[in-house]
Design a protein around this ligand. Structure first.
Ligand code: FES
Length: 77
């Protein structure tokens, strides 16, 4: 039996971000990097600066044993 990585759950992943919309969708274009070599985008749904990472994943991982981290978008390699 093949297991999927996602286990159905009634718990919500997103505790507080844009709860007034049906689906939170963000897009990124190169100009959003503002000339920075890279920008970190949140994937833990705990950042107060969502969709940008503010390091909140560190406390989340420590409290829950989870292993989530940001998506790094780089201007170039
Ligand atoms: Fe969410 Fe860093 S704060 S991934």
């Amino acid at each position: 039996v093949q297991q999927t990585a996602f286990a159905a759950s009634s718990e919500q992943i997103n505790p507080s971000i844009k709860k007034d919309v049906d689906k939170v969708v963000d897009s990124v274009s190169p100009k959003d990097l503002g000339g920075k070599p890279q920008v970190a985008y949140c994937r833990c749904w705990r950042s107060a600066t969502f969709p940008l990472c503010n390091g909140a994943h560190v406390a989340h991982n420590k409290a829950t044993g989870d292993n989530v981290g940001p998506l790094l978008v780089k201007a170039s390699d």
